[in-house]
Design a protein around this ligand. Structure first.
Ligand code: AMP
Ligand code: MN
Ligand code: MN
Length: 328
């Protein structure tokens, strides 16, 4: 699966629905370090397809984070592919602009068996069909177009998964992608039985004490630069060990940095297990997706990420330079 230079066209809803009807077996594929959008989108589609008698497997190289384990079917997500998959099983990549984000185990899948469903800017259109709607707030919201096209019933389980994708990617209806359409869809999903209260509690409110202690350490290490417009901090293995927290406990911390008075761009550097992953957030002036892209990452205008090699100091410098080049 390599991206071509001439981007393939975006598939129509009818084309994708016909493909879904034609296939009998599916593997939904979620990206590494999964979030509520990549997991929820895969589960919503899978649950709906199973109701049509289709065979469905859920693949994710990394484990489902603790705060998403309340989602229906989340216990079925596996880091292994079944040995007896039919040759024409369709691999449905959810919420990633590049298939490398899915990890090695699915790198061999032939393009003709790949459906790419996404909402990222700059999706490399790596599938046989590429169903990418950049204006949607979440990949789950993109999946909803397909479920409607299929005439799939939106039961409480499907609705909860899709609402979890919307709430994850809008930051609980706070980010700028919280459009009237996103709110209308959320309302419709609640009427179908989605539990907003449960999603709020599990994904946003409940924190481990270790996570709160780690947040304290991250806040102590905040640095401000460029006249206070840029705030960055970091997490390393020693901080995790000291507080008892793990990578899952860091999820929304970068938003705390971005929320400091006067800050336009925030970065959190996560130097964990020998690699440095960086989360970037913007208030909307600087395009952090463009900055991340300069360093091999990607994402959205206001929320993006990348992985760096080298030392933490080198990563600070590389990200600083990329942000300056994008107008910080
Ligand atoms: P995060 O900061 O991990 O919440 O990611 C913010 C956004 O950037 C999400 O849309 C991710 O899919 C995207 N993103 C994060 N890391 C990468 C990466 N290494 N390559 C491409 N996109 C990324
Ligand atoms: Mn995601
Ligand atoms: Mn997403």
């Amino acid at each position: 699966m390599t991206a071509t230079h001439n981007l393939s066209a975006i598939a129509t809803t009818d084309d994708v629905v016909a493909e879904l009807r034609a296939r009998s077996a599916f593997v939904t594929v979620s990206h590494v370090k999964p979030d509520g959008d990549t997991i929820g989108a895969g589960l919503a589609l899978g649950i709906a397809l199973k109701r049509f008698g289709k065979r469905v497997h859920y693949f994710c190289q990394d484990a489902v984070p603790r705060n998403l384990r309340f989602l229906p079917d989340s216990g079925l997500v596996s880091s292994r592919l079944p040995a007896d998959l039919p040759a024409d099983a369709l691999f449905v990549f959810c919420d990633m602009s590049d298939p490398a984000r899915a990890g090695d185990a699915v790198a061999h899948v032939a393009r003709e068996n790949v459906l790419d469903i996404d909402h990222h800017l700059g999706n490399s259109r790596f599938g046989k069909l590429n169903y990418v709607v950049e204006t949607e707030c979440s990949t789950g919201a993109v999946v909803m177009h397909l479920l409607r096209g299929l005439g799939a019933p939106i039961d409480a389980d499907v609705a909860t998964c899709v609402l979890a994708t919307i709430m994850t990617d809008t930051g609980g209806f706070m980010h700028s992608n919280t459009s009237p359409e996103a709110l209308e869809l959320a309302a419709e999903l609640m009427r179908c039985g989605a539990s907003k209260e449960r999603i709020t509690e599990e994904i946003f409110l409940r924190k481990r004490v270790a996570a709160t202690k780690l947040l304290g350490e991250i806040i102590e290490r905040m640095h401000f630069d460029h006249d206070g417009r840029y705030c960055y901090s970091y997490v390393d293995d020693a901080m995790l060990a000291r507080t008892g927290a793990d990578g899952e406990d860091i999820e929304d911390t970068v938003n705390v940095l971005r929320g400091q008075d006067g800050v336009e761009v925030a970065a959190l550097f996560k130097a964990i297990d020998g690699e440095i992953r960086v989360s970037l957030r913007s208030n909307g002036r600087v395009n952090v997706q463009a900055a991340a892209r300069r360093l091999g990452g990607g994402g959205h205008f206001r929320a993006a990420g990348l992985t760096c090699n080298g030392t933490l100091q080198e990563a600070f410098q590389a990200v600083d330079a990329a942000l300056l080049a994008e107008g910080l």
